[in-house]
Design a protein around this ligand. Structure first.
Ligand SMILES: Cc1cc2nc3c(=O)[nH]c(=O)nc-3n(C[C@H](O)[C@H](O)[C@H](O)COP(=O)(O)OP(=O)(O)OC[C@H]3O[C@@H](n4cnc5c(N)ncnc54)[C@H](O)[C@@H]3O)c2cc1C
Length: 99
């Protein structure tokens, strides 16, 4: 799948809206229309800098498809991995499920 872009709540740069490329590394089905997607940032500096608090979300972008807000499911105590639990409903989430 093409690499995904994330706009993290707190990024390495002063601009938290700057997209950060990430790679989908695993997909785990929770229920038929709700899967857990695990991402890792491509740039180790983003991995180092990315921190979040419970309840925060990212804007998940797929190139050429669009973007949507998705809550971060992974624990803030496990930096380096970003888990998103996504329900398949429309354009972006449908494209995510197809990859
Ligand atoms: C702060 C926040 C956090 C969120 N966290 C999560 C999360 O952790 N996990 C998660 O799965 N979702 C989450 N969401 C919801 C997610 O952002 C939306 O479901 C988003 O719209 C999905 O994008 P999409 O492109 O797949 O869907 P869209 O294509 O935008 O479709 C959204 C809905 O509109 C309907 N729709 C689309 N086009 C039409 C049309 N032409 N006519 C009628 N109906 C239509 C679709 O059937 C669907 O029900 C969150 C939303 C917010 C605001």
């Amino acid at each position: 799948m093409p690499d995904t872009l994330m706009a993290p709540p707190e990024a390495a740069s002063a601009n938290p809206y700057l997209p950060r490329p990430a790679r989908l590394v695993s997909v785990r089905q929770m229920v038929p229309d709700n899967h857990l997607f695990t991402f890792r940032f491509l740039d180790s500096r983003d991995t180092e800098a990315f921190r979040h608090r419970p309840g925060q979300f990212v804007m998940l972008s797929l190139a050429g498809v669009g973007e949507a807000p998705i809550s971060i499911s992974s624990s803030p105590s496990r930096p380096g991995v970003l888990e998103l639990c996504v329900r398949r409903v429309g354009r972006l989430t449908g494209a995510l499920y197809r990859n």
